[in-house]
Write a protein that binds this ligand. Structure first.
Ligand SMILES: [Zn+2]
Ligand SMILES: [Zn+2]
Length: 397
């Protein structure tokens, strides 16, 4: 069919013959003519067009770097004209799969819990194809605690002097950097964890600190402008993979041992990203006065270096710990090496596939260990996406 004999004004059928090109149904619920097609191809239900667009979406990878918009979602495959009704955003389409209840649990202090079926799929692919252990270790039977959910963050790696120079040159008067047309500020994390809030937004202090940084280094940037929620970053640490101090890299062992005695530590594999970067959960009482962010619902504070634990606890604080509740009386700090990172729409896509469920975390979950995942499932706590065309198929037996 040629474009020029299919203009929008052309009708060659009587109104009584109208059928939807997708479901062949009648006009109940209303028709639209979204492209230049005429005749039996002209009319569609909006919901049928959306279903067709979703059927293409489900064949695509959920990772934002691998995702490219498929022309079949935006253009008619017959007349090749762009559909006149705009395509909902990828974020809106994913929300239709997950439902609002599940989407609302994508927030700080929720647990992202791998589903039984996906864990089995991972196990099978490990056994059949001898894929590397790395994915399996991090995703199979895991429960990730969300420690950040908010405006987009980027990991800025500074591998060498040339990159340091480039960063310093581009730092503006507020100590911010422009990346892909948006302004980002540097977070007081990792190598910048010891800066005060005032110093972190002081360009000359930042400049001096960055000049002294031991390279290679990784600095976390956070978008300082209004951002679309679909771009939000989610960072989480896995509670299910305890390791011993001997399992740590020699550099990590050196860092851990140099802090001296004090609060006892338990170590975990936190996730696949930034494996040398510790995230430390310590009893909120032990962190009082350190200016750390607390996860209030869980009674812990969050540190990204060992400074708050470097000195032996003063006696007064230790007495308070002994008198405190069970978690605090233990006085342990949990150290997670590495973390997992998602973009909000990407996580919604993985939730829609049924790979993960979500639930709110409680303080008892912070005992950590392999049994956490089993307990969560036995208690039926995680909420999963309803079954849809997006749902991952069960592995072949
Ligand atoms: Zn229809
Ligand atoms: Zn068309």
């Amino acid at each position: 069919m040629a474009l020029d004999d299919a203009g929008p004004g052309v009708t060659d059928e009587s109104d009584t013959d109208r059928t939807c090109r997708y479901c062949l149904g009648g006009e109940e619920g209303g028709f639209i003519d979204p492209c230049a097609c005429s005749g039996g191809q002209r009319w569609v239900h909006l919901e049928c067009l959306r279903r067709w667009q979703r059927s293409i979406l489900v064949t695509q990878p959920t990772h934002p770097d691998l995702f490219a918009e498929d022309r079949r979602m935006t253009h008619c495959t017959v007349c090749l004209q762009r559909f006149s009704c705009p395509l909902p955003s990828r974020h809106e389409m994913m929300l239709q799969f997950t439902g609002e209840e599940l989407a609302s649990l994508v927030r700080c202090q929720s647990l992202i819990c791998s589903s039984r079926q996906w864990s089995e799929t991972l196990q099978q692919s490990l056994q059949s194809s001898r894929r590397s252990m790395s994915n399996f270790v991090h995703w199979c039977r895991s429960a990730y605690l969300i420690i950040y959910c908010g405006p987009k963050q980027l990991a800025l790696s500074i591998p060498d002097e040339a990159n340091r120079e480039a960063v310093l040159e581009n730092l503006d008067g507020l100590g911010q950097l422009e990346v892909q047309g948006k302004r980002y500020r540097m977070l007081r994390e990792g190598p910048l964890a010891r800066l005060s809030a005032a110093d972190a937004s002081n360009a000359s202090v930042l400049h001096g600190t960055l000049e002294q940084l031991t390279l290679p280094a990784e600095v976390i940037l956070q978008c300082a402008e209004e951002c679309d929620a679909s771009d939000d970053s989610i960072r989480a640490i896995n509670l299910c993979n305890p390791i011993s101090e001997d399992d740590l890299s020699s550099e990590a062992q050196r860092v851990v041992r140099s802090r001296g005695t004090g609060t006892p530590l338990r170590h975990f594999l936190g996730g696949p990203c930034a494996p040398a970067q510790p995230t430390i959960l310590l009893p909120a009482a032990a962190a009082a006065g350190c200016g750390l962010r607390t996860l209030e619902q869980l009674g812990v504070a969050l540190a990204t270096d060992f400074a708050p634990l470097a000195l032996e606890d003063p006696p007064s604080k230790r007495r308070r710990l002994e008198a405190g509740d069970a978690a605090e009386a233990e006085g342990q700090a949990l150290v997670f090496w590495g973390e997992a990172r998602w973009q909000r729409t990407q996580l919604l896509g993985e939730l829609a596939r049924g790979d993960w469920g979500l639930c709110a975390a409680v303080p008892e979950d912070l005992v950590g260990g392999k049994q956490i995942w089993h307990q969560l499932l036995a208690e039926g706590r995680p909420v999963y996406a309803p079954h849809s065309e997006m749902t991952r198929q069960a592995p072949a037996a």
